[in-house]
Design a protein around this ligand. Sequence first.
Ligand code: AP5
Ligand code: MG
Ligand code: ZN
Length: 214
Amino acid sequence: MKIIMLGAPGAGKGTQAKKIAEKYSVPHISTGDIFRANIKNGTELGTKAKAYMDQGLLVPDELTCDLVVDRIQQKDCENGYILDGFPRTIPQAEALDRALKAMGEKIDYAINVDVPDSSIVNRMSGRRACTSCGATYHIVYNAPRAEGVCDACGEKLILREDDKPETVQKRLSVYHEQTQPLIDYYEAAGVLKTVDGTADMEDVFAAIVHILGE
Ligand code: AP5
Ligand code: MG
Ligand code: ZN
């Protein structure tokens, strides 16, 4: 099962992708998480990516496409995967299609988690992210058991640098300009499914399971 998660920043792509990955036993591949891990480890890719991410801009396609194309050819992707945050531009979608074609494969579902901009800033300011395992919480909607500590691994939770309201606004406008056109792209490919992302997390997940099958 090969799935793409589409949606604005803060729509809940990561939240749902983690749950799908667990239920269907496929890897969760988040380009945002990969870049953040590189920043944390001080790699060259991390340094380059940070300059864009901190401003709410997209990391250039040349730094992004090969990374994902390599990743989906690894052994653990044999039975499928969930791409979260990739593709984010039409050239990225075309690069993915070329790679899949060469592998004789195709995307099964592009799940669009639909949330209006008005709900996004509120979600982002309450988000807390684990610095170690990538788990995501919300101080109101999905609070960790102990404040500031990850339930899954015990590490510290932080507010992401790009979750400041000014940066969130920038990310939203970048989303509308560069990423939203992918909705039509995957509609035309016949794989688009849209779910209402304003519902409770469990209800959003139930809607996705309904699409993917038990
Ligand atoms: P990335 O990490 O992908 O960020 P994003 O797309 O902006 O999305 P987020 O991770 O912020 O949101 P999400 O949809 O995963 O929501 P979440 O589940 O956390 O990318 C970061 C940056 O990296 C980009 O800006 C760019 O610079 C760069 N980058 C990454 N990929 C790239 C690419 N392919 N090309 C170029 N650049 C790239 O949920 C948000 C909050 O809401 C959480 O607190 C959660 O608990 C809460 N929540 C979730 N669902 C619900 C619900 N149903 N009800 C109430 N609260 C909810
Ligand atoms: Mg995310
Ligand atoms: Zn953790």
